[in-house]
Design a protein around this ligand. Structure first.
Ligand code: NAP
Ligand code: MG
Length: 497
């Protein structure tokens, strides 16, 4: 189907909107500034949202502060009732949410169709932690005669700031633990993806969550900065780029405001000499180019043994070249466009730099010129693989955040220590992969990768296991009890017994 016809037939409930969700209702925006929402597959504006003003920010924070009193007074078990209802309500909005998300950022529909069930799963997972939250925690003093009661209190009003690559997941990963903990929130989605999150707000409303517990405002980075610094905010949870994360960390440092930062990455897939190429080929796209390369913890550097270098290059190049690129609404599409015109320019400039620095293109390497059916103005870059990449090249060091894989070589004549050193030769520390037939050996290597998570012949993230980055990839973790703890503040009450 032609892209224009397909888009004309979409019945999206949210396109040009003029309100915010504050204190349990949709409130008309008072300002005049509007921010466009562009479909990157066709390069056309299809929606817009208002920019929140300082007084709207005050209203949302005020509503969250008021709601905090009664929401925090509920038990975890009582709040769990809401979390489970929210999960069901999100699932019933799955298709509209997916269609909107794909239009916002060009993520293939096969990806966005999973967003609602993933979000529901996160709410259900955090619901299971209510007994831990509510459970009494009493710790004896080392000498007899006294004990401490450890209370877990909600940290307060939280600012949740998300990027555009997974606009639902990266809000819900913060929202679900914040709500369970008894916190209230103000959500700021990224400017390219401000509409799909409204389905989460619909679900919150339908679940009967009290007014003021969840508020949604839209606005630019400047608005985000005002939110971070607002005197009524107690904690900031941010996912996004390292440069913006550092600005937020500086602001929070000044204010002594707790902050969680999930930032950029430059993760590596280490191919051990005994790796099975069919496993690599099967897992490659999800592990190294998921969401058209716009996933923070995929492994965009492949570190291949010299003894099998040509074979790895051939496997990677042919697998990537075989992935179908096209309209993200097409169910067969593996690679969509990149999310925006500015991402397009950034990614193309990395491709140019790699050529200039002497890397060898073995797949892609240019604009996707063969696309037709109305996608000619879209932000399509061919999924690209560079071989003969050396550690000093820009594409080996910097986060590209687009469909570009770099293949480096290590000398495996005396083992795999050079591979581990190459993988750790980065300022980041988010993800990583080890491909190898001997799982014991692969585990030993995984333990030496200096990052927050590593997959062995497998790519995934687990709601119950901490997820976060080291070094330039961030501070703090999400998911798991550790992720819930980021929304708590502890109080020890000591007494004699
Ligand atoms: P970004 O440019 O850093 O923006 C992230 C969010 O911060 C957006 O909502 C943005 O608003 C807002 N923002 C911008 N400047 C701000 C400021 N001074 N104060 C407060 N908020 C501000 O990141 P992005 O381009 O949306 O997303 C891509 C990046 O996210 C990549 O680096 C990727 O690695 C990272 N990421 C990390 C993880 C992880 O879990 N570690 C997961 C996914 C993505 P506007 O959109 O209005 O500018
Ligand atoms: Mg940005």
């Amino acid at each position: 189907m032609n892209a224009a016809t397909r888009r004309a037939s979409l019945q999206l409930p949210y396109t040009h909107v003029d309100d915010f969700y504050i204190n349990g209702s949709w409130v008309k925006a008072e300002g005049t500034q509007r921010n466009p929402v562009v479909d990157p597959a066709v390069g056309q504006e299809w929606g817009s949202v208002p920019e929140a003003t300082a007084s709207e920010l005050d209203s949302a924070v005020g509503a969250a502060r008021t709601a905090l009193k009664s929401w925090s007074a509920l038990t975890g078990a009582e709040r769990t009732g809401y979390l489970l209802k929210i999960a069901t309500e999100i699932e019933s909005r799955s298709e509209a949410l997916a269609l909107t998300n794909t239009r916002e950022n060009g993520s293939p529909i096969s990806e966005t169709r999973g967003a609602a069930s993933n979000a529901a799963g996160i709410f259900r997972y955090f619901a299971t932690l209510a007994p831990w939250l509510d459970g009494e925690d009493i710790r004896p003093f080392p000498a007899d005669g006294a004990e401490s009661i450890v209370d877990k209190d909600p940290i307060g009003v939280c600012a949740l700031i998300a990027p555009w690559n997974f606009p639902i997941n990266l809000v819900v990963i913060k929202l679900a633990p914040a709500l369970l903990a008894g916190c209230t929130v103000i959500i700021k989605p990224a400017s390219p993806t401000p509409l799909s999150i409204r389905f989460i707000i619909e679900a919150i409303e339908a679940a009967g969550v009290p007014a003021g517990v969840v508020n949604l405002l839209t606005g630019s980075g400047r608005f985000g900065d005002a939110l971070v610094r607002h005197p009524g905010v107690d904690k900031v949870a941010f996912t996004g780029s390292t440069p913006v994360g550092k600005k937020i960390a500086a602001a929070c440092g000044e204010l002594l405001r707790p902050v969680t930062l999930e930032l950029g990455g430059k993760s590596s897939a280490i191919i051990l000499p005994d790796a099975d190429m069919s496993v690599l080929s099967t897992r490659l796209i999800r592990s190294c180019m998921r969401n058209t390369g716009q996933t923070c913890y995929i492994s965009t550097r492949i570190i291949a043994p010299s003894s099998r270098y040509a074979e790895v290059v051939q496997t990677v190049a042919s697998t990537i070249a075989a992935g179908r690129q096209g309209d993200p609404y097409d169910e067969e599409t593996v690679f969509g466009p990149v999310a925006s015109a500015s991402q397009y320019s950034t990614v193309m400039s990395y491709i140019d730099s790699a050529r200039e620095e002497g890397a060898r293109v073995v797949a892609g390497g240019t604009r996707s010129i063969s696309l037709s059916e109305g996608l000619e103005s879209g932000e399509f870059i061919q999924p690209t693989v560079f071989a003969d990449v050396t550690p000093d090249m820009r594409i080996s060091r910097e986060e590209i955040f687009g469909p570009v894989i770099s293949i480096l070589k290590y000398d495996d004549t005396n083992g795999v220590s050079e591979a581990i050193a190459l993988a750790n030769n980065t300022e980041f520390g988010l993800g990583g992969l080890v491909f190898g037939a001997d799982e014991e050996q692969a585990l030993k290597v995984a333990r030496q990768v200096d990052s927050g998570s590593v997959g062995i012949n497998f790519f995934g993230s687990n709601h119950s296991a901490p997820f976060g980055g080291r070094h330039e990839s961030g501070m703090g973790v999400e998911y798991g009890i550790e992720g819930l703890s980021a929304y708590l503040t502890y109080k020890s009450i000591h007494r004699t017994v």
